[in-house]
Design a protein around this ligand. Structure first.
Ligand SMILES: NC(=O)c1ccc[n+]([C@@H]2O[C@H](COP(=O)([O-])OP(=O)(O)OC[C@H]3O[C@@H](n4cnc5c(N)ncnc54)[C@H](O)[C@@H]3O)[C@@H](O)[C@H]2O)c1
Length: 313
């Protein structure tokens, strides 16, 4: 598990251990937190760009779950080379060490950012991929690399293209929550909003039900259940790309209203102008996930909000 100290990887580690798997975590803690790693996991502190650290972590493993990487859109625009070096170069290196160690299975954390501004919603895996930032491009390049390695080296790979992941998990070592710095995701920011630092709503004149942007949110526990199903669905010589979302969309105002309901007070907001590059609506088609993984998300926006709220207290 690369990135097992991160938001999603930390919870995935715990859920895999609970399901009876043995887990080795490789993480340099650059954006993650060592205390998020389940104490039952074996932890190798290091970078997936460092072949010897990967070698140490991977020996004897059956499958790699590759969560680690850089994932800030704004930073990627400022430092595109860094995103290519870490996300693309690092993943190529990881695949090389996997090959040397005869590890042939990988589940990769891709992103809806590979699609860019959609021509139609819901977005299917056949929708055009036109990323609008280097982060999305770096994820697309790794997806393409996996297609190539599946055909040339016969590896089994699944890229899971996440939409917006939210929520938290209560584990045997306490609640794991979203702890990004800076935090760019809406739900934790809604919950943290104060009168002094209100939630900024970027644009109220979008062609949507209430004028605010609509996004697809998936509970992190549903998302990790899909990873476990993906791991079981890996086929040597094949690379599959699968969207993970809820198949439904919520506007920023609907998210704010859900937060108010959960915390029992109004959420301070400030309406500001549209942000460049924000599409009005992003909703996933999750038909392929249903078909290939027999997976259906079951936790709704209120569950995501309430778990996030409890975990942040
Ligand atoms: N959170 C979301 O909504 C979302 C949406 C789409 C895709 N993703 C992707 O899912 C993955 C996990 O996201 P997250 O929100 O848990 O991010 P995160 O930043 O919380 O976790 C990433 C982890 O990777 C580690 N890491 C980074 N560079 C590393 C390196 N070179 N070597 C070893 N470890 C390294 C970090 O220390 C961190 O623990 C990322 O690849 C991200 O791009 C996340």
């Amino acid at each position: 598990m690369t990135g097992g100290a991160g938001y999603i990887g930390g919870m995935a580690t715990s859920m895999l251990l609970d399901a009876g798997y043995r887990v080795r975590v490789l993480d340099d803690c650059s954006t993650g937190h060592a205390d998020a790693i389940d104490p039952r996991a074996h932890f190798v502190r290091g970078s997936f760009l460092d072949a010897s650290a990967v070698q140490e972590a991977i020996a004897g493993c059956d499958t790699v779950m590759h969560f680690a990487g850089k994932s800030l859109v704004g930073e990627s625009v400022q430092k595109p080379d860094l995103y290519m070096q870490v996300n693309v170069g690092g993943s190529a290196q990881l695949l090389n060490v996997m090959k040397e160690n005869n590890v042939k299975k990988i589940v990769f954390s891709s992103s809806a950012a590979t699609y860019g501004e959609p021509e139609e919603v819901p977005i299917t895996e056949k929708s055009p991929t036109k990323p609008t930032n280097p982060y999305g491009l770096s994820k697309l390049k790794v997806d393409q690399l996996l297609t190539q390695r599946a055909s040339e080296d016969g590896i089994a790979a699944i890229s899971l293209r996440y939409f917006n992941v939210a929520g938290a998990l209560n584990t045997s070592h306490g609640w794991l929550s979203e702890r990004h710095n800076p935090e760019t995701h809406l739900i934790p920011n809604v919950l943290k909003a104060t009168p002094e630092s209100p939630l900024q709503i970027f644009g109220t004149d979008w062609p949507t039900l209430d004028g605010t942007c609509v996004r697809d949110y998936v509970h992190v526990v549903d998302l990790i259940e899909a990873h476990i199903a993906a791991m079981k669905a890996l086929v040597l010589g094949k690379h599959e790309i699968i969207n993970l979302g809820s198949g439904d969309g919520y506007s920023v105002r609907q998210v704010v209203d859900a937060a108010a309901l959960v915390v029992g007070r109004s959420i301070p907001t400030a309406e500001v102008g549209r942000r460049a590059g924000d599409p009005a609506v992003l909703i996933a088609s999750v038909d392929r996930a249903k078909e290939l993984l027999s997976w259906t998300p079951t936790r709704n926006l209120l569950a995501m909000m309430s778990d996030a709220h409890v975990s942040l207290r």
